[in-house]
Design a protein around this ligand. Structure first.
Ligand code: AMP
Length: 421
């Protein structure tokens, strides 16, 4: 007898993750809190496609960035176009604004977005190939007060969700006026420590020396301590912008640390950059990063309109949001006999029509068995439908938390279940 070959089950792709129903409640709680906060600050939701022309990210994210050089999911479609699964959100929003001429509408414009991003990163705890971001962007406001407002807004979201132990790091990376000078000095000095750098950073001394500060290799971090810092090279405009930004944060009473090495992994930042980091997640400590990008819209052929935003990594953020018991809200209908089952189905329909979530037992089981199942499934209430209940049109409603039980009509069940506590 020939043996049937064993089939290997298909599993999720490395670096991707299923979000199971037991975890989804927390995702929804965080998303609802974020929506609520963004609403208070006047943000509108925008949704753009998951894939875009590859050129968009090459141009926007930057040709020397790690994302573009190493991490993009790029493919050719059947029509021969080069497409890329979005690795970040900002270039897509800028494209959409130009394409739909949203810049003609009143400024400043505030957008938020939730969704998956794709990067061919080295998977590990807190680092995935498909991960999710909450992203916000503001266009058309040069005032450093808005830089402080978005940091304050992110902080408000953390507070709302009870997150603590977060350090806020801020920096200025200068602008097209002061950065070229700094770049020249930095490149010259980076060449002096060339032999101490990893291969990747040696390449960066030529392509983009600022990126050396992003490197996590111990030797590079130590060696780069001696390199000049951008904060010593800021032009008067950038210096004043940074000073005003910090003084607004001081007035808000937000604690922060100036970190001159904070250059962020993207090429487009100008002036303000910031990051929220936690000590509780090990190496992948950044839960949120952002900054100003005053030149991107113009580089994309749009108007000279400045922008600023941040992206929060959902997976890492969820890891620092305290868990909460998600209270059960649904009602379970148990019944005895065929007629009672039919009445129960009508009752379920009646209650659902009044926004009361309910489940109904379909298998023939003893009453005790049904009640124990309802309790295992986490029902908040049980309704018992037996012969007497069918005759009288009144049903036993049991509150699973208090054990209290009473007979009610269908309408009274609605009121009793809706009553808080
Ligand atoms: P970035 O778009 O690189 O500025 O990242 C913004 C935030 O997204 C980071 O602070 C992280 O929280 C999150 N993030 C970035 N890359 C990944 C990844 N590969 N896996 C999980 N989260 C990520």
């Amino acid at each position: 007898m020939s043996e049937t070959p064993k089939k290997t089950p298909i599993t999720a792709i490395k670096g991707t993750k299923d979000i199971l129903p037991s975890e989804v409640k927390k995702w929804q709680r965080v998303e609802a809190a974020a929506r609520n906060v963004f609403d208070l600050y006047g943000y509108g939701e925008i949704r753009t496609p998951v894939f875009e022309a590859t050129e968009l990210f090459e141009k926007g994210t930057g040709e020397t960035s790690d994302i573009v050089t190493k991490e993009m999911y790029t493919f050719t479609d059947k029509g021969g176009r080069s497409l890329t699964l979005r690795p970040e959100y900002t270039p897509s929003v800028v494209r959409a604004i130009i394409e739909h001429r949203l810049y003609l509408e009143a400024h400043p414009q505030r957008f938020f977005f939730f969704g998956p991003m794709f990067r061919y990163d080295k998977p590990q705890k807190g680092r995935y190939r498909q991960f999710h971001q909450i992203d916000i962007e503001v266009f058309g406001e040069k005032d450093p007060a808005v830089d402080a407002e978005i940091v304050e807004m992110a902080n408000a979201l953390l507070q709302k969700l009870g997150v603590s132990g977060i350090d806020i790091l801020v920096n200025s990376v200068g602008c097209r006026i002061c950065r070229p000078d700094y770049h020249r000095r930095l490149r010259a000095e980076a060449e002096n420590i060339f032999d101490l750098l990893c291969e990747d950073c040696q390449r960066k001394t030529v392509t983009n020396p600022l990126r050396i500060f992003d490197c996590k290799v111990r030797g590079c971090r130590d060696a780069s301590e001696s390199l000049p810092k951008i904060t010593d090279f800021l032009c008067p405009d950038c210096e004043e912008h940074f000073r005003a930004f910090c003084s607004h944060l001081d007035r808000f009473g937000i604690a922060y640390r100036i970190e001159p090495r904070l250059v962020r992994g993207l090429d487009y930042y100008t002036k303000t950059t910031f990051e929220f980091v936690t000590q509780s997640l090990g190496a992948q400590d950044a839960i949120l990063g952002g900054g100003r990008y005053d030149d991107m819209m113009k580089q994309f052929g749009g108007p000279d309109m400045c922008g600023i935003g941040f992206a929060m990594g959902m997976e890492r953020f969820l890891a620092v949001v305290p868990d909460r018991d998600e209270p059960a809200t649904f009602l379970y209908i148990v019944h005895m006999g065929e007629e009672a089952k039919r009445i129960s189905m009508d009752l379920a329909r009646f209650l659902r029509g009044r926004d009361i979530g309910c489940l109904i037992e379909y298998k023939t089981r003893s009453l005790r068995n049904q009640i124990s199942r309802a309790s295992k499934l986490g029902a908040a209430w049980i309704v018992i439908v037996g012969e007497d209940e069918v005759r009288e049109g009144r049903y036993q409603l049991k509150n699973m938390a208090t054990g209290e039980q009473r007979a009610y009509s269908r309408e009274e069940i609605v009121t009793a279940v809706r009553r808080p506590g």
